[in-house]
Design a protein around this ligand. Sequence first.
Ligand code: FAD
Length: 432
Amino acid sequence: MKYVNVIGAGLAGSEAAYQLAKRGIQVKLYEMRPVKNTPAHHTQNFAELVCSNSLRADGLANAVGVLKEEMRILDSLIMKAADANAVPAGGALAVDREGFSGQITDYLSQHPNVEVIREELTEIPDGPTIVATGPLTSDALSAYIREMTGHHSFYFYDAAAPIIEKDSINFDKVYLKSRYDKGEAAYLNCPMSEEEFNAWHEALVNAEVVPVKEFEKEVFFEGCMPIEVMAKRGRQTVLFGPMKPVGLEDPKTGQTPYAVVQLRQDNAAGTLYNLVGFQTHLKWGEQKRIVQMIPGLENAEIVRYGVMHRNSFINSPVLLRPTYQFKTRDDLFFAGQLTGVEGYVESAASGMIAGINMAKYMLGEELIEFPRETAMGSMAYYITHTSCDGFQPMNANFGLFLDLEGRVKKKEKKAMYAARAIEKIKECKELL
Ligand code: FAD
């Protein structure tokens, strides 16, 4: 009998297994816990939430809310369990974590098409396989994937600066210019006076950081230095480092500012910008406060916060197709955080696409690429089409969606993105 191996029963693997099993495909679901644990999981349950119990914003005003709605429409096990185990959390969808993962574990363990095997896989087996072993993939399997994909295509750490939406930048203050006008003007520059820099520096050195977990300590040796650590070494370290103003005169005044924060385009569509040299380990609330103190970024919408943590992921722009299928082996798919999507919901959504497409592959049907108008499709497109140079994991956000046609008022944009996504996903449902 034909079957599919799914390696890892986390957020992505559980969703992928469900999508296969409900389509009549036999699944061997490999999960190494409790035989072998990761440094962050505490139970033997599938789809364990390793940190927060929130699946972030619900409702359609936010891209991750749209993503959840798309998954509900396409019948997601993760969303069914989340909705059934929701706890009060204002505009967010938070869950009773044990009820949530317990329900998923029971459902899959009892499914006649799913055989659960509690074992660590140290290699990718022959035959149809989905690899969904997550950001903390075991060392042996990491080494195998690294060998298979080439050493430059497997990353162990994620050291990223915050990314913001271009639409939220105040262009009355921010200007486009490259240092000494070399080449095409490529950077957006946020100028700071001495007074503004002093206040900002003071806030940064006193801001709260996320405590570093024991297993993550090595990231600071391998990764680059966080901006707050640089700032603590002294004002000059940042003034002669990432905030160096020379060659960046403000065209409005003709003066060189005291300090400059530079923003670099982050996606091909030019809707997202990252803060150059601002990789950080600050708490998310603190990041928002510190970023919004920068002139021109007072209303900045952060679509992805800076992180510095252990996070295994492959170079998807080189290795994967938007169906999450491996480019050089048709019966191999990757899913979850390992592909460079970031977050519980995004991981589960990628598992859904990989599961649906593996089922289609097994049934000899044409695979489906979700359209870029949808949250699911925009993420798949991002991880497979972004520049492979400095590829970093990404949360769902409207900046990744295909642009709306015609002129649209800024305040109406989100609702229009959401309505279009829901319409498109309903069309996709007809093809499943
Ligand atoms: P996982 O859910 O981790 O599932 C992978 C599974 O594979 C695990 O069950 C693991 O035991 C198993 N496995 C690993 N190697 C093998 C092997 N060789 N053989 C068999 N099984 C194996 N995202 C958020 O949205 N909110 C948060 O608060 C959040 N906090 C995080 C905190 C930490 C410390 C980390 C590392 C990540 C966090 N994330 C968070 C990011 C991410 O969304 C989650 O890690 C998410 O669980 C990823 O889903 P996944 O399915 O890709 O991996």
